[in-house]
Design a protein around this ligand. Structure first.
Ligand code: DUC
Ligand code: ZN
Ligand code: ZN
Length: 471
C-alpha cells in the first residue's frame, strides 16, 4: 500500500518548540510521519534542502469583505484576501463576522459564510463582532454559537454605534464566563476620544495627522486598564487586540504579573510605522490611518520587547484594506475629507510573515521558534484550533510553508495579490520569503507560483479556547 502521498525531504523543520532536520510524510490531508529518510517510491517528493519547513501561518485578526459603513467597500473579498494570505505563507485566516444592530449572531455568521462561499483559497474561521448585546444575544445566542464552534467574540470600546458601555461589557464578560466564550477587546476610550475629536474639530484640524492627535496613548492605556479591570472583576480571560505602544503594553504586563489571564496581540504597523507617516504630504497620510494609530520609535521598541518577552502571544496583521483611489475607499469624499471620514485600516495580510521574519529573526530580535509561535502556533492554541492547526506533528493537518530564509525581496504593491491599491511598506527590503505552501496536504503554492484553487479553503469550526473559563 502506498504509505505517503507526499514527502517533504531534506528541510529543517521548525515548530514553536524545536528545530530539527527531518522529513515530513503526508497522507491525504494529514501529517502521518516525521523521520529521517522517509521512503515511498510512489510518493511525490518536495525537495526542501536549504529551506525551513514551518507550520503555515495563521492570521487570527483580519477583516475581509466586512461591512464598514455607508459608501465604504473593503478592498478584499474572500477571493483576493485569502489568495493574498496564501501568497504570504498563510494557511488559515480568521476574519470577523460583524453583527449589525438588530441582527442575531446566527444571521451575522450566515452572511459571512455566504460571502466566503466558494471563494476561499485557504481555511478560514470567524470571530463574531458583538455590536448589539441584547439579553437574547448574551443569554441564548452566545451559548448556541459557542456550541457550534464559534468560540471567540470581539467587542469595541469606541466608535459611534459600535462601542459597548462598561455595563454592557460586564454583561458580555459574565456571559463569556458562563459559557466558555473567549473575548477580544478593541481598547480605546469612547469618551476620551470624542473629547479629543471635538477639540480638533473646533481647532479646524482635519488632516490625516489629526487621526493620530485624536488618539494619544492615554486613550488606549485608559481603556486597556479598564478592560483588564472588568475582566478581573468578572474573573474571565481576555485578549487585547492590536496593542500599539508602550503605555498599553505596560498595563498588560502589569496584569499578567498579577496572575490575570490577560493576553495580547500586536501587529506589523506598530513595529514599522509611526505617527509621522500620517503627517506625510497632502493626503498621503491617509494611507496609514488605522486604529490605534502607529506611534513613535519608543513604542516600536516596546512592541518588540512585548513580543520577545511573551507579553504579546499573537502577531496578527489586522489586515483592513481600503483603496486609496476611487469612490469607495479611504478618500471617497475627495481630498477635502476630514481624518474622521477616512476609512480606517491598513492592508498587510501578505507581508506579515516576511516582516516578522526579516525584522525579527534576521535582525536577532526573536528566534525561529518564537517566530513560529507568534505567527502560527499561539493563534491555533488561543482560538481552539490546536493541534489540528499550528504545528508540524503526526496527526496535524498538513498545513506547511517552506520558507527560503535568504531570499531577498523588495516589497512593492505590484508583487502583492491583495485587492488594495497600495502597501504601507512600499520599498521595504526583506530577507526571507515563503516559496512553497501546502494546505491540508494539497500543494497550493510551488516555488512561488500559485497552484491551489479558489474554493479549496474550508470553514473551521473551533473548540473553546483552552484559556476560556470552564463552565
Ligand atoms: N479595529 C480593527 O481591529 N481593525 C481596523 C480598525 C479598527 O478599529
Ligand atoms: Zn479594533
Ligand atoms: Zn482589526
Amino acid at each position: 500500500m502506498k504509505q505517503f502521498d507526499t514527502i517533504i525531504r531534506g528541510g529543517t523543520v521548525v515548530t514553536a518548540g524545536d528545530t530539527i532536520q527531518c522529513d515530513v510524510g503526508i497522507k491525504g490531508e494529514k501529517i502521518i510521519a516525521l523521520g529521517s529518510n522517509l521512503e515511498d517510491d510512489s510518493a511525490k517528493v518536495i525537495d526542501a534542502t536549504g529551506l525551513l519547513v514551518m507550520p503555515g501561518g495563521i492570521d487570527s485578526h483580519v477583516h475581509i469583505d466586512q461591512a464598514s459603513g455607508p459608501g465604504i467597500v473593503m478592498a478584499d473579498d474572500f477571493d483576493t484576501g485569502t489568495l493574498s494570505a496564501l501568497c504570504g505563507g498563510n494557511t488559515t485566516v480568521m476574519p470577523f463576522a460583524f453583527q449589525e444592530k438588530g441582527q442575531s449572531l446566527r444571521e451575522a455568521v450566515n452572511d459571512y459564510h455566504e460571502k466566503a462561499k466558494g471563494k476561499s483559497w485557504i481555511d478560514h474561521s470567524f470571530h463574531i463582532i458583538i455590536s448589539d448585546p441584547t439579553p437574547q444575544a448574551l443569554g441564548q445566542e452566545i451559548p448556541a454559537m459557542v456550541n457550534d464552534g464559534y468560540t471567540s467574540f470581539k467587542v469595541y470600546m469606541t466608535y459611534e454605534g459600535l462601542h459597548l458601555n462598561d455595563r454592557e461589557i460586564i454583561d458580555l464578560l459574565a456571559s463569556a464566563r458562563q459559557h466558555g466564550a473567549f473575548i477580544m477587546v478593541h481598547a480605546e476610550g469612547y469618551d476620551t476620544l470624542r473629547y479629543m475629536i471635538e477639540q480638533l474639530e473646533s481647532d479646524g484640524c482635519t488632516k490625516p495627522f489629526g487621526h493620530a492627535l485624536s488618539r494619544p496613548q492615554v486613550v488606549e492605556r485608559e481603556a486597556t486598564h479598564r478592560a483588564i479591570s472588568l475582566a478581573e472583576f468578572i474573573d474571565v480571560p481576555m485578549l487585547l487586540v492590536h496593542v500599539s505602544g508602550r503605555e498599553p503594553m505596560e498595563q498588560i504586563r502589569w496584569a499578567q504579573q498579577r496572575g490575570l489571564k490577560i493576553f495580547a496581540e500586536t501587529c506589523p504597523q506598530y513595529l514599522l510605522l509611526t505617527a509621522d507617516d500620517l503627517d506625510k504630504d497632502g493626503m498621503e497620510g491617509a494611507k496609514y490611518i488605522c486604529s490605534p494609530p502607529p506611534r513613535d520609535p519608543d513604542s516600536q521598541k516596546a512592541c518588540w520587547e512585548g513580543l520577545q518577552q511573551g507579553v504579546f502571544q499573537i502577531f496578527s496583521s489586522d489586515h483592513c484594506p481600503f483603496l486609496i483611489e476611487g469612490t469607495t475607499g479611504k478618500l471617497r469624499e475627495g481630498d477635502k475629507t476630514t481624518f474622521q471620514r477616512v476609512a480606517n485600516g491598513v492592508p498587510g495580510i501578505e507581508t506579515r510573515l516576511p516582516i516578522l521574519f526579516s525584522e525579527g529573526v534576521k535582525k536577532g530580535r526573536i528566534d525561529l521558534n518564537q517566530f513560529v509561535a507568534l505567527s502560527s502556533t499561539n493563534h491555533a492554541k488561543m482560538y481552539g484550533l490546536y493541534p489540528r492547526k499550528g504545528t508540524i506533528a503526526v496527526g496535524s493537518d498538513a498545513d506547511i510553508t517552506l520558507w527560503d530564509p535568504d531570499k531577498k525581496v523588495t516589497i512593492t504593491q505590484d508583487i502583492l495579490h491583495h485587492g488594495c491599491d497600495y502597501t504601507p511598506y512600499e520599498g521595504l527590503e526583506v530577507t526571507g520569503w515563503p516559496v512553497t505552501v501546502l494546505s491540508r496536504g494539497t500543494l497550493v503554492m510551488k516555488n512561488g507560483k500559485v497552484t491551489g484553487k479558489r474554493g479549496h479553503g474550508c470553514y473551521l469550526s473551533r473548540d473553546k479556547s483552552p484559556h476560556a473559563t470552564v463552565p
